[in-house]
Design a protein around this ligand. Structure first.
Ligand code: S3P
Length: 183
């Protein structure tokens, strides 16, 4: 992908928003595609799970073990609110962040939201056993399949929906084009 040629980084997206939020299920490519987009826009890249771990000084499984899902969601909401104040940021949300209505209000205030839509088989094959271990919400195949099916209608509330089953570079290019950014 060629670099964005503007001499100055964009202050905001063509939509007038100062952040781009990538939403979608575990394994949909939010972090990988987000990094590519941030490089292209010369914006900051924020990985919400990484920020949560730094804030809590624990891994995601440790947070779930110590505080349960409710405790994790509380930290997630707090860190997300802080992250939403940063200028020029591509934010890879966690798979559950956008499911919370209060988080969606924050997204709608600061960001253009893009759902990276993937079918279950694609995310399962991308993640594999090592990644499942780091994702407490991926309990087993059946429950993960149901979770994805339950969440899809909420992810669909994002401003833009894109098929994200292809290579990260082509997904990132599709995001830029859907945003109206000409390269
Ligand atoms: C979660 C997804 C994870 C992480 C946590 C909970 C979820 O993020 O936030 O394990 O509820 O789907 P990724 O989507 O980056 O794996």
């Amino acid at each position: 992908m060629s670099r964005w040629e503007s001499p100055e980084p964009l202050e905001m997206l063509p939509s007038g928003r100062r952040q781009l939020h990538l939403v979608g299920f575990m394994g949909s490519g939010k972090s990988t595609v987000g990094r590519l987009l941030a490089r292209e826009l010369v914006w900051n890249f924020l990985d919400l799970d990484g920020l949560i771990c730094r804030h809590a000084e624990m891994t995601v499984p440790e947070i779930f073990d110590d505080l349960g899902e409710p405790g994790f969601r509380k930290i997630e909401a707090h860190v997300f609110r802080q992250a939403s104040r940063k200028p020029r940021a591509v934010v890879a949300l966690g798979g559950g962040t956008f499911i919370d209505p209060d988080n969606r209000v924050i997204s709608s205030e600061v960001a253009t939201t893009v759902w990276l839509r993937c079918g279950f088989d694609v995310v399962r094959n991308r993640l594999g056993p090592r990644s499942f271990a780091g994702r407490p919400m991926w309990k087993d195949e059946d429950s993960a399949r149901r979770l994805l099916a339950d969440r899809d209608e909420t992810y669909a509330l994002a401003d833009i929906t894109l098929d994200a089953e292809g290579e990260p570079e082509s997904v990132a290019a599709a995001v830029l084009s859907a945003l109206g950014i000409d390269r």
